[in-house]
Ligand binder design. Structure first.
Ligand code: BGC
Ligand code: NOJ
Length: 811
């Protein structure tokens, strides 16, 4: 069952009922000012950091679901309704929500009134604009009342949700004309405030939540709206809100539009206490005045649309498969940009106060957006590298506002260092900018320890070179990519997961997955050294990577697939010797995509085992058989009920690894089958089972052991976005950036047909046509660049060309 449809021309998903299985959200904002916005107007806004600068309040895990947001109430006689249906939930005559690139439009009708809301964050201003248009569709004149509503958060979202003894007395606001200023704690320590204004005179306002709602009443029946009369309350402590009342007269057929602006202002004030509580309104007034006119709002909206159009020009495909095209051209790239902005901080599953920027997560996300925003990717790499420790290990997370490592979590995830090599290599392959390797970057944010980025990469590589266990495989530390594989726990703290007691860097447990990474990124590290003519270092790294291949084929091969790890007792994990958890997906995908066992046949065998043991109709499970009981020697992985998360869920993030691995051995049919199974557009038809948004990937889909097999969870902020884009764009469609130029080497299913692509790479836009006369899955027979036959399949990069046409003949 579907709850909407794709409108590809407008790059929108159109939701046709507010009663989606779960809130289906969108993100507004491209730079520093962000809003999470659900299809029923739930969500919240923050500036830069969802924990430290939260502007509006949201209660997670609330009932009814997704209660709290930015609401408009329309009082039409005795009927009260919201254009987004929630929170009053008056049945609407008509409802349509369009989630587009950085904006959401909701259009609804009730009786003779039609309401349209368009919400977006202009590209370069720290505010959200909502254009509300009311139309009288009836034949008689009407008088309706419009009430706006936001609930302020007292900026620090964590403190806001806990420290009530203080916070219920600190709230302060100021109202001037139609503008409500929220200035809590400006009198003492803050240099910022928020505001909510509308471009018309108001007939009343409220700033105290209790006055607006009434005692013991909810968002679904505010007394002020019921009575049709704002109280002009000025809150003193308690919970500050912002609400305007506008009485609207509409002749038959008439429309009126109001522009609401929710903004954030930062001001310079050294001696904050000198003018207690008197805010400098200039920055707010500048934006309020700028967006007074509807024309200015329309212009900002047009700029936002152009921004996305231009951005996506970097990669556009036209194939015979409409679903593939819409994912590649629109939604997959869009999700990659959202992970750039949010990392793992704020979604409907990440509270904004938990995880900030992940080290491994942000490095992997970069693989999916580096072609779109290379300059910002460069900055991101330097920020991430600055949280690395001098020994090459790294803080696992950092806070977006401060960019400092999170000491509560610390380090010890031994895959982290290698992801820095992965993203730097991707950045240089994309841009050719080797100068980044010379950038001086601090260790642990200590400037006195600054070294060139290339030295950071060396320490990343050597951290793994040196941290080896009894089989000469890399030590896993607290965990590797699989956060839940805590193989060193039990020796110290039986029965507790790493999250309860902190780092445990055990000396013994080893990871075959990290070994695969070491081979892949060790070779990419060697390539980088070659580029800057560090030939000795390049050959040292290459030799070490080659040695690791042998180690994996020896200690890491189980006969029919790759072993996952060795635990602290040197027992195998992910082997047929195990009672449960005999085969894991990660090493099959990663070792093969690193090229291990391709010649000796192990690669093919491992992938066949994946198909036989891990495949389902909804995607490839992370392991089998699921753990039915808790294994103290394995940790959190076995803490989940079978079929969920790392315990045999379909972890979408590593499905593309297996699909890429299939392209390495040339099986286009199978690679595409894996791609398709977890791809949201292909499961749109079963939205009642899948339940999360059909336009973005979720982290996990319940595996075959779970009662709710096929149900997705944790949408939006997942490395799945980047890796699926890498897979489909670089390996299936096959346009892969190398240091020498773009390589075109598609691996497609039989019958896929011819396709065309445009790819902007460095200074050049390539118009690529791929023809497949022999209907092969892989192989390039001929390549023509601007009509000339060129040998091989790498388009030699020529910086003087801004456009080039390329024809690829598969065969
Ligand atoms: C989850 C992982 C997640 C980790 C983050 C675990 O409970 O299962 O998927 O990466 O928490 O700390
Ligand atoms: C989600 C985390 O964000 C990611 O870093 C990790 O690799 C996966 N879970 C698997 O545990």
């Amino acid at each position: 069952m579907k709850f909407g449809f794709f409108d590809d021309n407008n790059r929108e998903y159109v939701i046709t009922t507010p009663k989606t299985p779960l809130p289906w959200i969108n993100y507004l904002g491209c730079n520093d000012f962000f809003t999470l916005y659900s299809n029923t107007c739930g969500g919240y806004t923050f500036y830069k950091d969802a924990k430290l600068l939260r502007l509006t309040r949201y209660r997670y895990n609330n009932v009814p679901t997704d209660n709290g947001g930015k609401y408009f109430y329309i009082k039409d006689g005795d009927t009260v309704w919201n254009p987004g249906w929630q929170p009053v939930k008056t049945e609407l005559d008509n409802y349509e929500c369009r989630h587009g690139m950085g904006y959401t439009t909701i259009t609804s009708n009730k009786g003779d009134i039609k309401a349209t809301t368009l919400a977006f964050v202009p590209l370069n201003d720290t505010c959200e604009l909502t254009k509300v248009t009311l139309t009288n569709t009836g034949s008689a004149d009407k008088e309706v009342k419009l009430f706006s509503f936001v609930e302020w958060c007292l900026f620090n979202a964590d403190d806001d949700s806990r420290n009530f003894q203080r916070n219920l007395s600190t709230g302060e606001v100021e109202v001037v004309g139609s503008t409500i200023y929220h200035k809590t704690e400006y009198r003492e320590r803050r240099n910022h405030y928020a505001y909510f204004s509308v471009n018309t005179e108001v007939d009343g306002f409220d700033t105290n939540r209790d006055a607006f709602l009434g005692a013991y009443r909810g968002f679904d029946d505010p007394v002020v709206v019921e009575e049709g009369k704002a109280t002009n309350s000025i809150t003193s402590g308690w919970s500050p809100i912002g609400s305007h009342q506008i009485n609207v007269s509409l002749k038959a057929g008439e429309s009126k539009t109001f522009v609401f602006i929710l903004g954030y202002a930062e001001v310079d004030r050294d001696k904050k206490w000198e003018a207690p509580n008197v805010i400098n309104k200039e920055p707010a007034l500048a934006l309020i005045n700028k967006y007074k006119d509807e024309a200015a709002v329309d212009k900002a909206f047009a700029e936002l649309k152009d921004y996305w159009t231009n951005l996506f020009k970097a990669y556009q495909v036209k194939s015979s498969d409409e679903k593939l095209d819409r994912m590649v051209n629109i939604w997959n790239q869009y999700q990659c940009m959202i992970t750039f902005n949010m990392s793992r901080s704020a979604s409907y599953y990440e509270s904004g106060i938990g995880r900030g920027m992940g080290f491994r997560d942000s490095c992997q996300d970069l693989l999916g957006f580096v072609h779109l925003i290379p300059e910002r990717a460069r900055e991101r790499i330097l920020d991430i590298a600055a949280t690395q420790f001098p020994d090459g290990s790294a803080y696992h997370q950092y806070q977006p506002l401060t960019k400092k490592g999170n000491a509560d979590i610390g380090s010890g995830f031994n895959d982290d260092p290698l992801w820095l090599v992965a993203c730097t290599s991707a950045y240089i392959r994309e841009t050719g900018d080797v100068s980044i390797l010379d950038e001086m970057v601090p260790f642990n944010n200590d400037e006195s320890l600054a070294r060139p980025l290339l030295e950071h990469l060396k320490r990343s590589f050597d951290f793994i070179t040196n941290a080896r266990g009894p089989h000469n495989l890399p030590l896993i530390g607290r965990a590797d990519w699989n956060d839940c594989l805590n193989l060193n726990c039990f020796s110290e703290h039986p029965g507790e997961s790493f999250q309860t007691f902190g780092p445990s860097e055990g000396p013994v447990a080893e990871s075959v997955f990290i070994a695969g990474m070491y081979v892949k990124y060790g070779r990419e590290y060697a390539d980088l050294n070659e580029l800057v003519v560090n030939n000795d270092e390049a050959s040292r790294a290459r030799k070490l990577a080659d040695e690791m291949v042998d180690i994996v084929l020896d200690a890491g091969w189980d006969g029919e697939w790759f072993v996952r790890a060795y635990d602290a007792n040197s027992n195998k994990v992910g082997s047929k010797e195990c009672e449960e958890g005999q085969i894991y997906i990660e090493p099959q995908g990663f070792c093969v995509l690193a090229g291990i066992g391709v010649e000796g046949g192990q690669a093919k065998q491992a992938l066949d085992s994946v198909k036989e043991k891990l495949d389902t109709k909804y995607g490839v499970m992370i392991l089998q058989p699921a753990y039915t009981k808790y294994h103290v020697e394995l940790g959190e992985v076995s803490s989940y009920p079978p079929g969920y998360k790392e315990n045999a869920g379909i972890f979408c993030h590593n499905n593309p690894w297996v699909s890429i691995a299939e392209t390495v051995i040339g099986r286009g049919d199978r690679a595409f089958e894996i791609y398709r199974k977890t791809c949201p557009a292909y499961v749109e038809e079963i939205s009642e089972i899948h339940r999360t948004e059909p336009y973005v990937y979720s982290q996990m889909v319940a595996g075959a052991d779970a009662p709710r097999h096929g149900e997705a969870k944790n949408s939006w902020l997942t490395g799945t976005a980047a890796w699926t884009f890498v897979n489909v764009s670089q390996h299936i469609l096959g346009v892969y950036p190398t240091h020498k130029g773009l390589q075109v080497n598609p691996c497609v299913p039989k019958g896929f047909g011819d396709f065309t692509l445009t790819r902007k790479y460095r200074n050049t836009t390539y118009n690529i046509e791929v023809v497949n006369p022999d209907n092969v899955e892989k192989g390039v027979k001929e390549m023509y660049v601007n009509g000339n036959l060129v040998s091989g399949n790498i388009i030699p990069y020529d910086a003087s060309q801004t456009e080039a046409s390329v024809k690829i003949v598969m065969g």
